[in-house]
Ligand binder design. Structure first.
Ligand SMILES: Cc1ncc(COP(=O)(O)O)c(C=O)c1O
Length: 442
């Protein structure tokens, strides 16, 4: 509430934020009674809609039964049940699940686990991580070093033990100036080249978002890209890690993007929608044979956290998985996602300031440009994304910001509503974005 005194070190240091007091379905209500249609599920988190009573009940029951038992001393039923429930949906033999609390920690865990697997297999010198520019993997130092988003990295650059970055598959602004089809997937071949340049014997893993999330505003991989990087990694004994923190749990209209594109990574991280946003929980799924190698080679994973495998977090995760299954929400995400994409195209393709509308499942992006022909971006100083976002927020529509898609410039909005959204609400979101573009950009 404007003018109130606060001791909170807020995520934003500029004028006070509205106070969110309740949520139901696609709606968030603030302390003034204003209703917001949450068309991004916050940061692509709220897959099931707000205010799910089933989750509240499962969490309440688990809190009453047992809320903490140290994960090196006990396992707990919610962790056992959630791991089994996830393993039923993960691609291939990604069957062993290690629980943490945030997406950053899940990626941190996967980076360390990759190295320990190599150690267990007798190749301790395999330590170098390769990742991609225009990616995000988290705020912790290892995950941030893997991330390829300069605005987040540059302030801490001198502190990072950096990963080696290669260009992303961003065909709209191809780093090699090539066009699809006919480019030969040069961006995937860059992985092979980089591994050879470094020496495969020192490369540990390749960490990527299978569908580029917030940094490239929901950019799906070009056909054949994921299969080719899978082949290259297998050829060089490099572990492939899919960061499915954003794309997992049905977001792409499949349980996991790896499944959607028919590619099984060696490890897969998840977070965000894992509990539908109700509690902080993340996870790493690792292929069973690699887990067995670790077990027989080292006998332990040198890693751990006070709140890993948390009973209450896992109870929330299990309740969320059951909702996805019982209400067939992954299938709905696929179906309604096509409707959402169609409406965004219908309302925005003709705008002189919209350079691209793209996405998959319930993960869509709208990229704004100063010149539709050349795709020249607006200068970042014009803060186009922020102005559009604020306009929509004032109108009671929540979307998610993406900036820096074109060098230090580039503007986009991510549209990623809860899977339960109705057609008429999707229509309202598409119309609101169209109106915002006209009113803000002319
Ligand atoms: C793809 C991806 N990986 C990792 C993270 C980090 O997750 P968290 O913010 O839960 O630490 C994010 C967060 O936005 C993300 O989008």
């Amino acid at each position: 509430m404007p003018g109130r005194k606060s001791s909170v070190f807020s995520r934003r240091l500029d004028p006070p934020l509205p106070v969110a007091v309740s949520g139901e379905g696609v709606w968030i209500v603030d302390a003034d009674g204003k209703r917001y249609l949450d068309a991004s599920g916050g940061a692509v988190v709220v897959n099931l809609g707000h205010g799910r009573k089933e989750i509240a009940q499962a969490v309440g029951e688990q809190l009453g039964r047992l809320y903490y038992a140290h994960p090196t001393m006990f396992t707990c039923q919610p962790a056992e049940d959630l791991a089994a429930a996830l393993a039923a949906h993960t691609p291939g033999d990604l069957n062993r699940v290690y629980f943490m609390t945030s997406g950053s920690e899940a990626n941190e865990t996967a980076i360390k686990l990759a190295h320990q697997i190599h150690q267990a297999q007798g190749r301790p010198e395999k330590t170098i991580l390769i990742s991609r520019w225009r990616s995000y993997h988290g705020l912790t130092m290892g995950a941030l070093a893997a991330a390829g988003r300069p605005a987040f990295r540059v302030p801490y650059m001198s502190m990072l033990h950096d990963a080696v970055h290669i260009p992303p598959p961003y065909c709209l602004r191809c780093s090699y100036g090539l066009k699809q089809p006919g480019c030969g997937l040069r961006c995937a071949l860059a992985l092979d080249e980089t591994i050879q340049n470094l020496g495969a014997q020192v490369v540990s893993a390749f960490l990527i978002e299978p569908v580029s999330g917030a940094t490239l505003a929901s950019y799906p991989p070009p056909e054949g890209y994921l299969a080719l990087v899978r082949e290259i990694c297998s050829h060089h004994g490099v572990l492939l890690i899919f960061d499915e923190v954003m794309t997992g749990m049905g977001r792409t209209g499949s349980w996991f993007a790896g499944g959607r594109y028919g590619v099984t990574a060696d490890m897969m991280t998840m977070g965000k929608g894992l509990t539908g946003g109700s509690l902080p929980l993340s996870a790493v799924a690792v292929r069973e044979p690699l887990y067995q190698d670790l077990k027989s080679g080292l006998g332990a994973f040198s890693h751990g956290g006070t709140y890993s495998h948390h009973p209450v977090g896992c109870a929330a995760g299990l309740a969320a998985v059951r909702i996805l299954e019982d209400e067939a929400l992954v299938e709905r995400a696929d179906r309604m996602g096509q409707f959402l994409g169609g409406k965004l195209h219908e309302h925005l393709d003709d705008s002189p300031f919209v350079g691209d509308v793209r996405g998959v499942g319930m993960l869509w992006g709208v990229e704004f440009v100063a010149d539709k022909k050349t795709l020249a971006p607006f200068p970042r100083s014009e803060k186009v994304t922020e102005r559009l976002w604020s306009h929509l927020f004032d109108e009671g529509i929540i979307v998610y910001k993406a900036v820096g898609l074109a060098g230090t410039h580039g503007d986009a909005l991510v549209v990623s509503p809860p899977f339960i959204i109705e057609e008429e609400q999707i229509l309202r979101v598409a119309q609101a974005i169209k109106k915002a573009v006209v009113e803000v950009l002319g």
